[in-house]
Design a protein around this ligand. Structure first.
Ligand SMILES: NC(=O)c1ccc[n+]([C@@H]2O[C@H](COP(=O)([O-])OP(=O)(O)OC[C@H]3O[C@@H](n4cnc5c(N)ncnc54)[C@H](O)[C@@H]3O)[C@@H](O)[C@H]2O)c1
Ligand SMILES: [Zn+2]
Ligand SMILES: [Zn+2]
Length: 377
């Protein structure tokens, strides 16, 4: 089959690789109908992780079941499913408690597994024609048959639940105000979730014009951080009060001016969230960043205004999204016509277009906001 393979910094290629096969009775194989490129893939693509050449990328996958192991009882061949980016067992302590992003069984020595991601276990990615799904009865979310809502359902693998999770991590309640840093796919989904959940005002910070425009169209207030300090701009809007909640949908590769400054978003959130408010951090931070120019950041340390955080009594929530806690409900909002997350999708392309799509999405040019690949078209 064909798959998107990482070759080294800033290079992926589409190559022939062996087809996946059932390796365990609880496995299923799916024929991938849609798989997305994620901002998380860019950390690997840019050579800013320990990812080795040869990884098949792709953790945002949906498709049709073509084969099941002898231990699979709920799924049938022909079922249409979307897979959380998390690979999880369903029966460990964390899975049982709903924390499927921190499964202790699927990636020995580590809490959490994923498809096609460095350090997240041996699971191949789905930017390929076929994908092996471990613990398939637990991991696969069933979808209505057919092709309706394909673009919306594809976003249930990661960014819609992750945006929702960021808002939940912040402790958000209906009626509150919220500032989202980052208008990439995750930030846009966080803003959209806050709108759906009844925020009184949603501010969203970025500098990429097309992304801020998408945010404006769903009713968020765009703040361009290239114009002036975004915290000062939000203080102006709020008469100096700041916001109830904040979300970091940027992560450790945050930029300030034309350089990377890994703590700039967290420090801005500590300033802009009002005393006793909350901050959610779905944006990725890493325990070591060998490619960083900053000595502390290389070891995974950041300097933060922790004293201010304490003085203001702020709460902070972090971590990978437990996609299974949300995806069923978000699917039902889509089916009921109450959510249409696919407004973020900018490009739908065949698998062969992946090298060019990675390059343009990485440079955030030509409106590349969210790319969906269709490997079997
Ligand atoms: N927690 C999870 O489960 C989870 C899941 C998916 C993605 N992520 C992480 O979420 C983050 C965002 O993902 P994405 O797909 O939207 O990525 P992306 O790279 O497309 O978007 C990031 C956006 O942040 C903007 N940005 C950079 N510096 C900024 C600053 N100082 N202030 C405001 N905006 C700034 C960029 O212009 C860009 O538009 C990444 O770190 C990704 O790894 C986490
Ligand atoms: Zn993703
Ligand atoms: Zn588990």
């Amino acid at each position: 089959m064909k798959a998107v393979v990482y070759e080294g910094p800033f290079t992926v290629s589409v190559k022939e690789v062996p087809d996946p096969r059932i390796e365990h009775p609880a496995d299923a194989i799916i024929r991938v109908t849609t798989t997305c490129i994620c901002g998380s893939d860019l950390h690997m693509y840019e050579g800013r992780t320990a990812a080795e050449p040869g990884i098949i990328f792709g953790h945002e996958n949906m498709g049709v079941v073509v084969e099941i192991g002898s231990g699979v009882s709920r799924l049938k061949v022909g079922d249409r499913v979307v897979l959380p980016f998390n690979v999880a067992c369903g029966h460990c302590r964390n899975c049982e408690a709903g924390f499927s992003a921190f499964c202790t069984e699927v990636n020995p020595g580590f809490a959490g597994g994923a498809y096609g991601y460095v350090a997240m276990g041996p699971y191949r990615g789905g930017q390929a024609q076929y994908l092996r799904v471990p613990y398939a009865d637990y991991n696969a979310l069933s979808l209505p048959a057919g092709t309706e809502f394909e673009e919306d359902f594809a976003l249930l693998a990661d960014i819609f639940p992750t945006g929702w999770h960021g808002v939940s991590l912040s402790g958000f309640q209906p009626g509150e105000t919220i500032a989202i840093f980052g208008a990439g796919p995750v930030g846009l989904m966080a803003a959209y979730s806050a709108v759906l959940r009844g925020a009184s005002r949603v501010y969203i910070v970025d500098k990429v014009a097309e992304r801020l425009e998408k945010a404006r169209l769903i009713g968020a207030i765009p703040i361009n951080f290239a114009v002036s300090d975004p915290v000062e701009q939000i203080f102006e809007w709020t008469h100096g009060e700041g916001v109830d909640r904040g979300v970091d949908a940027v992560g450790y590769q945050a930029v300030h001016g034309d350089r990377e400054v890994p703590n700039v978003v967290l420090d801005s959130l500590i300033r802009v969230v009002r005393p006793t408010g909350g901050i959610g951090v779905p944006g990725l931070y890493v325990p070591s960043d060998p490619g960083s120019g900053d000595m502390l950041a290389r070891e995974g340390y950041l300097t933060l205004a922790f004293g201010k955080l304490f003085e203001k009594g702020l709460r902070l929530g972090t971590g990978q999204c437990n996609v299974k806690s949300y995806n069923r409900y978000l699917r039902d909002l889509i089916v009921a016509g109450k959510a249409k997350p696919s407004f973020v999708v900018s490009h739908e392309l065949p698998l062969e277009a992946a090298p060019e799509a990675y390059d343009k999405f990485d440079r955030r040019v030509e409106g590349y906001t969210k790319v969906l690949l269709h490997p079997n078209d």
